[in-house]
Design a protein around this ligand. Structure first.
Ligand code: HEM
Length: 429
């Protein structure tokens, strides 16, 4: 369905499948109204301008307001957005910092890192970064090269694969299990419990992860070893104090889920691009040094995490728009990353784009994606090995239709942008 321009005024981005499946004309329309625009359904301020989004992302570090170290924008509603409200009304006030401090625990995910503000965020992020040291990432990347091959082995001789189920999902899950040092013998348990069809955890995958990581940490606190989980169990906050087991388990569980769905979508968009674009596939086959920028451009053009929310602590003005205290803002990386004021010909895939890495697909500032180096390495390893092991990769016309009439199904949600399935045809190298 093609929207007439006037229809965009009444679009409900949170519910409307059509605009979710093809969001870019809508994002352009919203940005043309204003890079900060109050949408009519929930009163959320949509931020579709790149510069305006960066001002928000970097706020707590650089624009401390009213002597509050947390700045103008709070992350308390980073995940829940405008959909869950405090039990008390947010009156027309100049400053709702106290209200946020008193009621933030009522919002979903309030015990998790993305919703923390400084100084609590600073402490817990420090704990998390103990798990993602450069040394650990290097070892993890060595694992990726080996593991990628074992997955690819299983389908190259078939000449075809459904890439998400046979590669991207098992790859991202096992890579993070390796990063966190989940014992080999437990990994199949994680796979079984977290795969989509498992009834017991279908609605509470995090519960399973909390339980497992709580068990690991308790055990390591009593019997320290030299593994990664011992590192987490014995990690301290910057002031030297020891976190509660619950906090350490939360960090580990968070990391475990944080990167999977998103990275699956990034890998499948990257593979779709090389399968659709023989010219780009050829360039990458000939020159692997182009892969890192190719991945940045993929993230720019199809940003997997569609939205992050913030709440204004104080009355403010952004992009020339006055915003009251207590309002919800929605950062939309996929729209910011196609802002023509920052990216020339923004809808084009330009493998040589000099500023591709300025995208905000990983956010920016203090909450910038903690797993970005991992995701980038997963992209690099996957593309290299898929190209090494094949001489040709194409889209399955049987599954997705002819080149001039492709059919792709996207995830039916406003917070993730991603393909549901990607059927490829391959010629083994
Ligand atoms: C292509 C893949 C990925 C994308 C597009 C992505 C995107 C993002 C974005 C936009 C944020 C910022 C949220 C905000 O500002 O409110 C974020 C934060 C985060 N990401 Fe990722 N992510 C990806 C992969 C990963 C991976 C692989 C991991 C871990 C293994 C991970 C773990 C996290 C964590 C823990 C945070 C919270 C950081 C904080 O609040 O300080 N992500 N991610």
């Amino acid at each position: 369905m093609v929207f007439a321009v006037t229809d965009f005024e009444t679009v409900n981005f949170f519910r409307d499948r059509t605009v979710q499946d093809d969001p870019y004309p809508y994002f352009d329309w919203v940005r043309a109204q204003s890079p900060v625009w109050q949408e009519p359904n929930y009163g959320v301020y949509m931020v579709t301008g790149h510069a305006e989004a960066k001002e928000i992302y970097r706020d707590p570090a650089t624009f401390p307001a009213h002597d509050d170290p947390s700045g103008t924008y709070s992350s308390c509603n980073a995940v829940s957005g405008p959909f869950v409200k405090f039990s008390v009304p947010v009156e027309d006030a100049e400053d709702v910092s106290d209200l946020i401090a008193r009621y933030r625990h009522e919002l979903p995910f309030s015990d998790q890192l993305p919703t923390f503000d400084p100084p609590m965020h600073t402490d817990h992020r420090h704990l998390l970064m103990r798990l993602i040291t450069p040394k650990r990432l290097k070892e993890n990347e060595d694992f990726m090269w080996r593991y990628a091959d074992s997955l690819i082995d299983a389908f190259t001789s078939d000449g075809a694969c459904e890439f998400i189920g046979s590669y991207a999902e098992p790859f991202t899950m096992t890579v993070v299990a390796d990063l966190e040092g989940v014992p080999e013998e437990d990994r199949s348990l994680f796979r079984d419990h977290l795969s989509s069809g498992h009834e017991a955890v279908e609605h509470k995958p995090l519960e399973f992860l909390y339980d497992r990581f709580t068990g690991y940490i308790e055990e390591r606190r009593q019997n320290a070893g030299s593994d990664i989980l011992t590192g987490l169990a014995t990690a301290t906050f910057p002031d030297g104090s020891t976190p509660e087991i619950k906090d350490a388990a939360l960090i580990a569980a968070n990391l475990f889920v944080g990167g999977q769905e998103t990275t699956v979508r990034m890998l499948s968009f990257a593979l779709r691009t090389i399968a659709e674009r023989a010219d780009l596939q050829k360039l990458l086959r000939e020159d692997r040094e182009r892969i890192p920028n190719f991945i940045e451009e993929t993230l720019r053009l199809e940003s997997p995490l569609r939205t992050q929310f913030r709440m204004t602590r104080v009355r403010t003005s952004l992009g020339g728009v006055d915003i009251p205290a207590g309002a919800s803002l929605m950062l939309v990386p996929g729209a910011c990353n196609r802002d023509p004021r920052t990216f020339e010909d923004p809808h084009e895939f330009d493998i040589d784009r000099a500023n591709a890495r300025q995208h905000v697909a990983f956010g920016f500032g203090i909450h910038t994606c903690a797993g970005a180096p991992l995701a980038r390495a997963e992209g690099k390893v996957t593309l290299n090995r898929m190209l090494d092991r094949t001489s040709h990769i194409a889209i399955s016309e049987q599954e997705h239709g002819r080149a001039d009439a492709r059919r792709y199904e996207y995830l039916p949600t406003f917070f993730l942008r991603g393909l549901q399935r990607l059927h490829l045809e391959l010629a083994a190298a």
